[in-house]
Ligand binder design. Sequence first.
Ligand SMILES: Nc1ncnc2c1ncn2[C@@H]1O[C@H](COP(=O)(O)OP(=O)(O)O)[C@@H](O)[C@H]1O
Ligand SMILES: [Mg+2]
Length: 245
Amino acid sequence: MAHKKKPLKEDFQLKERFKIESEVFDRQTLLILYKAIKKGILQTVDYPVSTGKEANVFRATTPSGANVAVKIYKIETAPFFRKSEYLLADPRFRNIRMTDRNIAGAFAHKEFKNLEICENAGVHAPRPLYVDSHVLVMSFLGEEGLPYQTMDRSGPLHGEKDLDSILQDIRAMYRAGLVHADVSEYNIMMGPQPILIDFGQGVLLGHPNSKKFLERDVEIVLKYFEKRGMARDFGKTMEWMLEKE
Ligand SMILES: Nc1ncnc2c1ncn2[C@@H]1O[C@H](COP(=O)(O)OP(=O)(O)O)[C@@H](O)[C@H]1O
Ligand SMILES: [Mg+2]
């Protein structure tokens, strides 16, 4: 017997899972979100946590009622990344065809893989849960359904302890072969301890600029804390960062 076409009613119910207007998503994105709902990864997409230049982040809910974060890379800004040094020299993405959707997808997959490295290295970062095309699902960083603040808004919450935690994480990442390459107070969320986010531009140590990116990450963190009365020597910190075990 031929398969019956799926009833329209089900599609309608699926649409109702979007508490926000589905007009905010383009068709390709909607299809990917529907797929994630059908697979039981997501139950509802609740509201935008952040709308950025390169990506939007939404709070969503799983069938078991847990919150997750859904980061959707923008397809229309992909041309901007076409020549991006972050992507080009990464051997993991040497063979992708450079369509806009593929570029947005490459960043989502890159972030997913970088988050996997962090998870294995014990770095404080979101847990990667699912990735499909330019849509990434990760653990939600927040409390009672609300996202933690980023450090640019909250400032350090535990003085020099926070600096130590961030530097430890950068070092653990480096030892696992990864450099974040975009560390700043905007990409650190303040939970019980600082948590690094936004790993789309993270590079492996084989990247020709990985050392430069690492130094820049450390410098930005040190300067931020120095302005708040917590000075550390850059040279010594780098020495410790690169130290062989
Ligand atoms: N896992 C997460 N849980 C909760 N909020 C998040 C999560 N990831 C990102 N956010 C929020 O979304 C904002 C943008 O995320 P980010 O990954 O930095 O993307 P971009 O800077 O490229 O727009 C963050 O500043 C933070 O407020
Ligand atoms: Mg960011």
